[in-house]
Design a protein around this ligand. Sequence first.
Ligand SMILES: [Zn+2]
Ligand SMILES: [Zn+2]
Length: 151
Amino acid sequence: MIKHQGGCHCGNVRYTTNYDPMLVMACHCKTCDKMLGVGTAVSAIFSEEEVIFEGELKRYSVLGSSGNQLHYDFCGNCGNNIATYPLLIDGIVYMHIGSFDNPMAFTPKVEIWNKTKPEWFKSEGCIVESFEDNGSLERIQLLMENMDQRQ
Ligand SMILES: [Zn+2]
Ligand SMILES: [Zn+2]
């Protein structure tokens, strides 16, 4: 059963997933700001095989603030940035929540790179873990714990 779906602005790219995300995360890093054109990027994290894409995505790869490579996948027509694959955590995809048909379904629980967090970002108590940098080890641990709970 489809739990969440979304797509790019022009409709060339659509995706569905039968799962809830393992974790929803806010990233305040400079790379996401630039790549997504936002002040704070919020992503729903899934296992790669849990998200089924239709349509053609283009890829732009960058060296992230953590020194690890990130692949940003976007629609070649409208330029909507849909997903990020962090090479730091193999087999994981970050789906940018703005492209879901119902972005309101997701609330970030973790934030990373809070040292470059904008002044105006207030979490209203939803953030339970906050890391100054990419907090990778702790984050992977959180992912693993949440994955266990989903089974
Ligand atoms: Zn598009
Ligand atoms: Zn980021």
